[in-house]
Design a protein around this ligand. Structure first.
Ligand code: ADP
Ligand code: ZN
Ligand code: ZN
Length: 730
């Protein structure tokens, strides 16, 4: 019988970099981009049809038919589907896993791509009259009805979290006839109605006007604006134009801690459906946002890295805020760069893309120099704020009390006396980075990593920040039995104690990953700081990003020396960014700010340069160094990583990889070497670095051999990965 149906190439979630061929069988032919259920080995998996073909390298009689067609239409818009195929190819990552990473998990499980109705609860007349006579003990019912009365008689599903209730807890009230459950009909939301936009200053106006011209076509912009220069206001006014054009907007932000404030600002400005993708959503909520964006029912989507893969009916703008942030690069599995893919996506969908930062990445500065991005600068702080005054404090031979020098404390005192706030920055959480025995010198190391364990005194625990192992803090030395253990070094917890002692009448709060674990914690701290209920903030880089605290006038950088000497060629860039960002927290309203940096290396070129020049000139200098050293962005890199229980296996595997690459001119392979942290979580790790001067050579060189590498016998003894454009050498 002639075969009129095509053979299907299906991407299945496996670690192999290929698709698998299936017959259509008795089903209607599923279109390219739709999901099908297939049997794979002994499992049944959900896969995506990536192509139709006439011929297969597998004999026809060995091919299996698919089990089920899940979607009768392509799941993703064509542009996005192509982008994922492109990304799988570029990052040399298994296509099945690319889809798994990028799709909402319910779709990966084969759930229908259908919007579930969303509900709200309306207060009835009976409910209204029941309220005054409620039994005092009916605390929950009281709370629910009060909320409804305070909110125009409606409880939204999204209110339940704040009420600390589940939908089932509303049921009794529905049964009593006090509330009525209603389906909210999704409707395209009104676009672009705005209120209270600010009058732009000339730099901001120039930026908005330049970008506005590109609505409806592709153009990349770097919005390079010092901290507090009003970048967000520029985004908002540009977004307003895009919404008026009946188009949708995607805003990427680096960290979810920042998102509540950003979202509030957006919600106050725009009367349209704004969705926020964050880790606290249920799978169903996530899928609903995905589907609403795809159907054009949501106007603005704000989220972190993976939000880049949200489908849109009519995308009109992509904003990548804090584009230099390392969190845009995924560091495991499908190691994509959301910033780089955002530019590609914008090109495919013919929209402008705005990369915004006070400290642009070297890649983006390079792209400006190459003419690929239009450079828009905001050099002045918005409103009246002045740039902060920066002091480098030489602490050589000075007495330090828990890392704090007297001049630093005096400086803080002056600001506190004026009723202002100080931020004390240290990028190390915990009480101390290690615990030592005074009797014999024993030090608490992680048994699974090449690292010390961090002491968390409050929890009385030792915690390895690399593999997450935690043990109780020992009372005596496990080596010599002495009860003479003492903390070595400084973490935020210890610094907090020291500041409480130094300023007993001042309110100190610590903000780091430990103190903000509770869901609302970050939001609560931010509110307290804004309400001036806090005098001193101690914290890690969580505090360095994006916050706007009007009464904060001084930033103290306690220990930067560790960042000044690092083997990573990106260390200078990262330190310059971090210092500029932290410094940017000072004096953001009408009071001038001051930044004091303690160091044993006041002559270090980075410190000298950063504060005699601005970040922009410094970045040109860093670029010149990169060019001379033939390093990215003037070269391309790929990093092979491999690990096993003994080092010999990853080394052997990477040697084999290197062998298969060694005849390619223009490609340099370094290694294999043990990784900078050779032992981590009980695994021994090694690396092979490939570097090429010529753009595209990495791709041309590695792609033809990648499936051979997959087949290497030594590959079976290790877990390995390839990282294209690696950001992190560890
Ligand atoms: P950035 O995103 O660059 O850090 P923001 O947009 O958050 O800066 O602006 C910093 C502060 O300046 C905010 O309080 C904002 O309301 C204010 N601001 C921004 N643009 C203007 C303007 N044109 N006029 C007055 N105030 C402004
Ligand atoms: Zn000891
Ligand atoms: Zn560890």
């Amino acid at each position: 019988m002639p075969q009129s149906k095509p053979i299907l190439k299906v991407a299945v979630p496996t670690p192999l970099r290929r698709s698998f061929d299936y017959l259509v069988g008795q089903h209607a032919t599923p279109p390219i981009g739709s999901r099908v259920r297939v049997s794979f080995g002994r499992q049944q998996l959900v896969g995506i049809v990536v192509a139709h073909t006439e011929i297969s390298s597998t004999p026809q009689n060995k091919l299996k038919a698919i089990l089920e067609v899940i979607d009768s239409e392509p799941l993703l818009p064509n542009h996005l589907f192509k982008l994922l195929l492109w990304a799988a190819d570029y990052y040399m990552h298994p296509i099945g896993d690319v889809f798994t990473t990028c799709l909402p998990s319910l779709l990966n499980k084969g759930e229908p791509a259908q919007l579930e109705p969303e509900y709200c609860w309306k207060l009835t007349a009976d409910g209204q009259s029941a309220f005054p006579d409620l039994n005092k003990n009916a605390v929950k019912q009281h709370k629910i009805l009060l909320w409804a009365i305070d909110h125009q008689g409606t409880i939204q599903a999204s209110d339940l979290e704040q009420l600390e209730l589940t939908p089932s807890q509303l049921k009794p009230l529905v049964e009593k006839g006090w509330l009525q459950k209603e389906v909210i009909k999704p409707t395209p939301t009104s676009h672009g109605q705005t209120s209270n936009s600010l009058d732009l200053n000339p730099e901001q106006r120039h930026a908005v006007e330049s970008m506005q011209k590109s609505i409806g076509q592709f153009q990349g912009f770097l919005l390079d604006g010092v901290t507090g220069s009003g970048k967000t206001e520029v985004y908002l006014q540009l977004i307003e134009k895009v919404l008026t054009n009946q188009q949708q907007v995607l805003v990427l932000v680096p960290e979810i801690g920042l998102t509540p404030q950003t979202v509030q600002r957006f919600k106050r400005r725009f009367d349209c459906d704004i969705a926020m993708l964050h880790s606290g959503l249920t799978d169903r909520q996530r899928l609903n946002i995905w589907l609403k964006a795809k159907q054009g029912l949501t106007s603005i989507v704000i989220g972190t890295r993976s939000s880049l893969f949200t489908p849109f009916a009519n995308l009109g703008l992509i904003v990548v805020d804090e584009e230099h942030d390392v969190s845009y690069k995924q560091q495991e599995g499908f190691r994509y760069s959301a910033r780089d893919l955002a530019i590609l996506r914008a090109r495919d969908e013919q929209t402008p893309v705005v990369l915004g930062s006070a400290t642009p990445s070297m890649e983006s500065m390079y792209n400006v120099n190459q003419g690929k991005l239009v450079h828009l600068t905001l050099r002045k702080r918005a409103a009246n704020a002045k740039p902060p005054h920066i002091k480098v404090l030489d602490i050589r031979q000075r007495h330090l009390n828990n890392g704090l020098s007297q001049p630093l404390l005096d400086n803080m005192q002056r600001h506190l006396d004026n009723g202002n706030q100080c931020l004390v920055f240290l990028n190390r959480r915990g009480f101390a980075p290690s615990l030592m025995c005074h009797g014999c010198g024993w030090i608490a190391d992680c048994q699974r990593c090449d690292k010390h364990m961090t002491l968390h005194l409050q929890q009385k625990r030792l915690h390895c920040h690399h593999c997450d192992k935690q043990v109780f803090m020992p009372k005596q030395c496990p080596e010599c039995g002495a009860e003479d253990l003492f903390p070595v070094g400084l973490g935020t917890e210890r610094l907090e104690q020291a500041l409480i002692n130094a300023f007993p009448n001042k309110k100190v709060v610590r903000i780091d990953r430990d103190s903000t674990r509770r869901k609302q914690a970050m939001q609560d701290y931010v509110t307290a700081i804004k309400n001036n209920e806090v005098d001193i903030l101690v914290g890690t880089q969580m505090l360095a990003k994006g916050h706007h605290f009007p009464n904060l006038t001084m930033v103290a950088v306690v220990d930067i020396d560790g960042c000044l000497f690092s083997a990573d060629f990106r260390a200078t860039e990262r330190t310059a960014q971090l210092l500029t960002q932290v410094a940017g927290r000072a004096g953001r309203a009408d009071q001038p700010g001051e930044v004091v940096i303690q160091t044993h290396h006041p002559e270090h070129p980075l410190l000298l340069n950063l504060f005699t020049q601005d970040y922009q000139s410094l970045s040109q200098q860093i670029l010149a160094e990169r060019e001379a050293g033939m390093l990215p962005p003037y070269a391309s890199m790929a990093l092979f990583r491999a690990e096993a229980t003994t080092l010999q296996y990853p080394m052997q595997f990477l040697k084999d990889v290197s062998q298969s690459l060694h005849q390619i001119t223009g490609l340099d392979c370094f290694g294999p070497f043990p990784a900078p942290m050779a032992k981590r979580a009980g695994k021994m790790r090694a690396q092979l670095l490939c570097q090429a001067q010529q753009r595209g050579l990495i791709q041309r060189a590695l792609k033809p051999v990648i499936s051979n590498i997959e087949q290497l016998p030594s590959a079976r003894k290790v877990r390995w990965s390839i990282d294209i454009d690696p950001q992190d050498p560890f």
